[in-house]
Write a protein that binds this ligand. Structure first.
Ligand code: ADP
Ligand code: MG
Length: 559
């Protein structure tokens, strides 16, 4: 403790500290300046940066400008033209309103602003490190150009917290992208060291969203437009194949403003769950619209996190509507698997379909009625639905059916077991024995009966009835093998779920299995009743749909 006692900080020091809340890094300056330009009604905005923004950030707009007489005020704390009283806070439709950005930036950099209101004289103001502003007449176009040099020149500690130039530039790019999504009707251009790195012409929201997502993700993406219980949703959804290893391709807006929202990120993940591997993140732009009173956007001065009053309902809306939209889309298929075994299990699926047992819910609302045309390459079922061409991957489809069925039976009275007339004796390696110890309590619930037979030997006396057509020893070994391998993306799932996955995988029909008409009909019928008929649990689609309109385009029947 210093002996000097308590003192009020000199204004310049206080400003520098307060500035830290608004200006954390170059991208925060870019964000504040862009928001001001948008608030000023700009149609075109140019952003120039040097040394990833630490040497220079310049934002030029063609907005309404600032009257010369107001210019010094713009750099005073809590000076804003956007609200007049605390009551106005309830109805804000601008980005800024606190009047903090310009004074904060001017406290930690050398700032110059040239501005001109249409029909008036241009004026210039220069202010450095929070010193007295210098005002002078100037020339210049309509609108405002603000130049921020030597950011943090007087706060070296803050400079040290900056990441590498590459990283800081990436955050600037993200910032421009976020605001470009919020204002698709405005043209944006970003230059770094004279080199143009981003350019967005004025366009519609869906086009802008695709431009931000990038050409690769945009290809095959779908528009989302839906009204949920509490929110209206618009956006562009990447296909499951476009899912990314990181969250870099997710953008959320609430009432048109870019936000961070763990809730929306979770909802999106939930919507794509099982459509993509568990370690991937969907690519999407999502704008959630709802009455302003249902959202609290004023949580944090800089980070723009939102809170929803009825967050559970917002979550549900997003999951449901995103899913519904994805289900309507043709999905591109990944490579099929190698062929092996026969198809006995499927006929059983059909034979066992006793009405009234509740195991078989009605067909999925979004699943089409398919007229079967035949089998292709002993791998796909070919069909037709309302003029669209349908391809179903027989293995993926059967996996999905078996998996849901195993889990449904398990949650009721346990998976139905099929006793083996001749029990199978298996020698197990130490690792497999250890795994088996862990699995032992789960096995009966999933239809397996296993007894200890010797120190390194077990006897398999029953397998799930759906797998009765498979060689029981091989099936069980293959399942143990999958579980021991940790199964990559499935590793986080409960052991019982993973055993169900492995069982379904090694029981399902394969590519190369010839399916007769009755078997195909039974498979499609069971699939239609699945809770999620559109993908297998590996995240591969079960069905690809080629729309009639696309077929017509291919044959030049339509422009
Ligand atoms: P806020 O945006 O919260 O009002 P700022 O410190 O960002 O506070 O800006 C202060 C004021 O300066 C704004 O209210 C606005 O009147 C004016 N201003 C800032 N940038 C611009 C611009 N690019 N064009 C027109 N006016 C601007
Ligand atoms: Mg502002």
């Amino acid at each position: 403790m210093s002996a000097d006692g308590i003192r009020v900080l000199p204004a310049s020091a206080a400003e520098r500290i307060a500035a830290g809340e608004v200006v954390e890094r170059p991208a925060s300056v870019v964000k504040e300046l862009l928001e001001n330009s948008l608030d000023a009604g700009a149609r075109r905005i140019l952003i120039e940066v040097e040394a990833a923004g630490s040497r220079l950030i310049r934002v030029s707009d063609d907005g309404e400008g600032i009257p010369a007489s107001d210019l010094p005020l713009a750099f005073q704390r809590f000076a804003t033209s956007k609200i007049r009283s605390a009551e106005d806070l309830a109805a804000i439709d601008t980005y800024g309103f606190r009047g903090e950005a310009l004074p904060s930036i001017a406290a930690v950099a050398r700032v110059e602003m040239v501005t001109r209101v249409r029909g008036a004289e241009a004026a210039k103001i220069a202010i450095s490190g929070g010193a007295q502003p210098q005002l002078s007449p100037s020339g210049g176009p309509d609108g405002t150009t603000i130049t921020v040099r030597d950011l943090f020149f007087n706060t070296p500690a803050r400079r040290q917290f900056l990441k590498s130039p590459g990283r800081e530039l990436a955050v600037i790019v993200e910032t421009v992208e976020a605001l470009a999504l919020a204002a698709p009707g405005v043209a944006f251009r970003l230059r770094e060291g004279g080199r143009e790195i981003q350019w967005y012409p004025a366009e519609g929201f869906a086009q802008r969203a695709r431009r931000v997502l990038g050409a690769e993700v945009a290809a095959g993406s779908v528009d989302l437009a839906a009204s949920g219980q509490v929110a209206n949703l618009t956006g562009v959804l990447g296909t499951p194949q476009a899912a990314q290893r990181r969250r870099t391709h997710q953008w959320f807006l609430v009432n048109g403003r870019p936000v961070r929202s763990p809730l929306l990120a979770r909802a999106l993940a939930q919507a794509y769950h099982t459509l993509i591997p568990d370690d991937r993140y969907p690519a999407a732009v999502l704008d959630v619209r709802m009455p302003a009173a249902s959202v609290d956007a004023n949580v944090h001065p800089r980070k723009t996190e939102v809170r929803f009053v009825r967050d559970r309902l917002v979550f549900d809306d997003v999951v449901r509507e995103v899913r519904r939209t994805l289900h309507g889309v043709a999905l591109v298929h990944s490579a099929p698997e190698a062929a092996t075994d026969p198809v006995a299990t499927l006929r059983e699926t059909d034979a066992e379909r006793t009405p009234g047992r509740g195991l078989f819910p009605p067909a999925h609302a979004d699943w089409p009625a398919i007229r079967v045309i035949g089998q292709l390459d002993l791998t796909y079922i070919v069909g037709e639905a309302g003029g669209d061409l349908i391809l179903v991957d027989q293995h993926a489809a059967h996996e999905r059916v078996l998996y849901e069925r195993l889990l449904a039976e398990r949650s009721r009275h346990g998976v139905r077991a099929q006793g083996l007339v001749i029990p199978v004796v298996l020698d197990l390696a130490p690792a497999a024995r250890a795994l088996l110890e862990e699995l032992a309590p789960l096995l009966p619930g999933l239809g397996y009966e296993v007894e200890r037979f010797g120190p390194a030997t077990v006897r398999l006396t029953a397998v799930p009835a759906v797998a009765a057509g498979r060689a029981p020893g091989e099936l069980f070994r293959a399942c143990l093998g999958d579980l021991a391998e940790d199964l990559g993306p499935h590793a986080g799932r409960a052991l019982a779920e993973r055993l169900a996955i492995a069982t379904a995988c090694h029981t399902a029909v394969r590519s190369g299995d010839r399916l007769d008409e009755a078997t195909i009909a039974a498979l499609l019928e069971a699939l239609a009743r699945a809770e999620d008929p559109f993908s297998c649990f590996h995240g591969r689609p079960t069905m690809v749909r080629m729309r009639r309109v696309d077929l017509e385009r291919w044959f030049y029947r339509r422009a």
